[in-house]
Write a protein that binds this ligand. Structure first.
Ligand code: IMP
Length: 439
């Protein structure tokens, strides 16, 4: 019997999923990152070592674990190259596979993302080209997949795409700015001997060359169907790592303030190119809530308290360094996350960030713009040394047990950034041991 465990963000991303998957990964044969791209960021801390992973699943830091980059991913290959170098400092020979169905984030996607944020409605994207890469995927004609990198027709394909994207390149890419005074019809009609034609060709040549370099580096890691690999008999325990959070999903979140790849269990299964016949799903939530970028945030805490939480929680993006907006736990959103992801467990992270507060609130009901809150008494005690549920202060236990009652059973409580600052509940430990996992 195979055992599948998914770890999914319950709110707006940055719930510290990376820490949870990093702890669990050595007990799994495979860790699959299903979706997302270099817009995501996991910071993993061990002793005085720190690493920020954007594309690689946390599992690759462990020698025996196979890390898979899944089919719903948007892969920035130069970011992957750098990250792999960093990861090798922790694990000199990481085991990695990349789905041939994953899309490549090209230079033009990043240019379009930056321009879109300036000229269009501001979403507050990470400018990593994810939205435009999804656009070219779903418009079909201009997608570049990891499999294309292996194709003998790569050169032809890149030249065709660059030629077809010429209007947008002239409008939105700095390398083409000198052609902006041309008429649209002139841009369309420019042949390969025209100045624009020559610049387009040079750009396409450069893009092809950089993909050829990627073929040398990663070609042997690309597998068309990673689902076939995961279903092999020898892989018994599979950990799925979600990217971003449920409320940033392009279908379930509030457009346009979402990311562009799926963030829920469905997206993870699609990325894995396989739907497990049964699975357990841990939804990860912070003990409070944060959101980066623009968009509605009903339980946002304005003013000083919000800033204090941001400082105490180190709420600055691992990818962009932007300050994260801070708010109270939104129960309604968490219940939604339980439903759309089929959560079976929950992890509450960064509990220690609330240690000094007099009171803690949870948004329980929204009426238009106003939110009704339930207030809990603060515990005013340092929780970072707690290593089991019973040793937590009474008020913290009350808070967690109430959340558990409204949502799903509590599996994990995180009380600090380090691996050791983590509490596994007895019921989750029992569950894992039934799956043959001893923490
Ligand atoms: P994009 O994914 O770069 O297009 O950004 C779209 C929205 O998703 C912005 O609000 C980003 O701040 C947000 N976002 C993207 N990735 C993450 C993440 O890993 N954590 C939190 N927010 C993210």
């Amino acid at each position: 019997m195979k055992y599948f465990l998914y770890v999914i963000g319950g709110h707006y991303g940055d719930e510290a999923k990376g820490k949870i998957t990093d702890i669990l990964a050595p007990h799994f044969d495979v860790v699959v990152r299903g979706a997302g791209g270099a817009n995501a960021g996991h910071t993993i801390i061990s002793g005085d070592k720190k690493i920020a992973l954007h594309l690689l699943p946390a599992g690759v830091l462990h020698k025996e674990t196979l890390g898979i980059l899944g089919a719903e991913m948007m892969i920035d290959t130069s970011a992957l190259e750098n990250e792999l170098e960093e990861a090798k400092k922790w694990n000199p020979s990481p085991k990695i596979m990349i789905s041939g169905k994953a899309n490549v984030v090209m230079d033009w996607h990043k240019a379009f993302d930056g321009a879109g944020e300036k000229t269009g409605q501001k979403i507050g994207t990470t400018k990593r080209g994810i939205g435009p890469a999804a656009e070219t995927k779903y418009s079909r004609r201009w997608a570049v997949t990891m499999s294309d990198v292996l194709s003998k027709d790569l050169d032809k394909k890149i030249h065709r795409i660059v030629s077809e994207l010429r209007l947008r390149l002239v409008e939105q890419h700095d390398a083409f700015s000198k052609f902006r005074s041309m008429k649209v019809s002139e841009i369309i009609d420019a042949d390969e001997n025209s100045e624009l034609g020559k610049v387009l060709k040079k750009y396409a040549d450069e893009q092809t060359a950089s993909l050829k370099k990627i073929e040398k580096l990663f070609g042997s890691l690309i597998v068309e169907d990673v689902g076939e690999v995961v279903s092999q008999e020898k892989y018994k325990r599979i950990l799925g790592e979600g990217a971003q959070g449920t409320m940033l999903d392009p279908t379930f979140g509030n457009l346009p303030y979402t990311t562009s790849t799926p963030t829920t269990t469905q997206g993870l299964s699609r990325g894995m190119q396989l739907e497990p016949k049964s699975k357990e799903v841990v939804g990860v939530f912070k003990a409070y809530e944060t959101r980066v970028g623009e968009g509605p945030f009903p339980t946002e805490i304005p003013g000083r308290l919000g800033e204090e939480l941001q400082k105490k929680g180190g709420e600055f993006g691992a990818t962009t360094g932007r300050g994260r907006r801070c708010g109270w736990f939104n129960l309604h959103e968490a219940q939604f996350a339980v439903r759309v992801n089929g959560l079976t467990w929950m992890a509450i992270t960064k509990l220690d960030v609330l240690d000094e507060l007099d009171e803690i609130k949870v948004g329980i009901k929204s009426k238009g713009d106003s939110v009704e809150y339930k207030t809990f008494k603060g515990w005013k005690t340092n929780t970072t040394k707690c290593r089991d549920f019973d040793s937590l202060p009474k008020e913290a236990k009350e808070y967690l047990l109430w959340l558990e009652k409204q949502l799903v059973p509590l599996a994990i409580v995180s009380v600090g950034p380090e691996r050791k600052e983590t509490i596994f509940t007895d019921s989750f430990k029992k569950h894992l041991s039934e799956a043959g996992i001893k923490l």
